[in-house]
Design a protein around this ligand. Structure first.
Ligand SMILES: Nc1ncnc2c1ncn2[C@@H]1O[C@H](COP(=O)(O)OP(=O)(O)O)[C@@H](O)[C@H]1O
Ligand SMILES: [Mg+2]
Length: 250
């Protein structure tokens, strides 16, 4: 028997308030433990696709299911639990630049704490240990007391990855995580995502512009164009030619 998809799009459409079509009739099943790469030109709908998974955007019609539950029906505690399960990595890292690396990582725990505790920085010893372990996973333990903005871009992105580990995520969504990085640090970031996928079984979805990187890291590649899924193949079926097709301007 095939496992239930961890994420499923059922005929999902998204039209923004200004009339722009973000997603058009998306049907997609993501399997638990998959490393899925989404490729496509700027404006193709990659970010919109990702953001409907954790309810940063609501679909205009159709359903998005996570672990078999339609996310649009979730409210309050259940919505927070969904967001805990789904870690998010952004192109610009979204760190608090003037705070320490440790504090940034600990902030991944915030949803578990009453607000006054996180504001005062009253984290438990267990959480501090967990933060140190998370930083160790991304090989940045020695930077724990530095200010976030003293790190290189690649290191900051790896701090952001450590921050999501505080949530014990089942899914990590990474929206062009390497778009502002140089090639060397790009490899470190992609390798960290691969490690969490392979060692922890976390389902990873990455939006990428780079065809070679998609080929190197993905189990499966989907292509988007003008809000539609135009390509969906396991990695052993993908050719570079296919991918270059997706990048042809219309
Ligand atoms: N908040 C928004 N309001 C209106 N249109 C948007 C918004 N966000 C994205 N769009 C539009 O939706 C389409 C898909 O955008 P996006 O998902 O950001 O694509 P990608 O991530 O592939 O670059 C684009 O035409 C974009 O301009
Ligand atoms: Mg985008």
């Amino acid at each position: 028997m095939k496992a239930q998809p961890i994420i499923e799009f059922q005929n999902v459409n998204k039209v923004y308030d200004n009339g722009t079509v973000g997603l058009k009739a998306i049907n997609l099943k993501v399997n638990p433990g998959e490393f899925l790469v989404v490729v496509g030109l700027s404006g193709a709908g990659k970010s919109t696709l990702m953001r409907t998974i954790n309810q940063m955007h609501r679909p205009s019609s159709g359903k998005v299911l996570v672990d078999g539950v339609e996310v649009a029906t979730l409210k309050g505690t259940a919505l927070r639990e969904l967001r805990r399960k789904v870690g998010m990595i952004f192109q610009n890292f979204n760190l608090v630049k003037r705070s320490s690396v440790e504090h940034n990582v600990l902030s991944g725990k915030i949803s578990y704490y009453p607000t006054w505790k996180s504001i005062l920085g009253l984290y438990s010893k267990a959480d501090k240990r967990k933060a140190a372990q998370a930083l160790d996973r991304v090989n940045l333990l020695e930077k724990i007391y530095m200010r976030a903005d003293q790190l290189s871009g690649g290191q900051q992105q790896r701090v952001a990855i450590a921050r999501t580990l505080m949530q014990d995520p089942k899914i990590i969504l990474a929206d062009e995580p390497i778009a502002s990085l140089d090639p060397l640090t790009t490899t470190a970031v992609m390798n960290d995502l691969q490690k969490l996928n392979q060692e922890d079984g976390i389902t990873v979805i990455v939006n990428l512009h780079s065809v070679p990187l998609a080929l190197k890291y993905a189990d499966r590649i989907v292509g988007m164009r003008a809000g539609q899924l135009v390509y969906d193949e396991p990695i052993d079926q993908v050719t570079e030619e296919d991918l270059n097709q997706i990048y042809q301007p219309m």
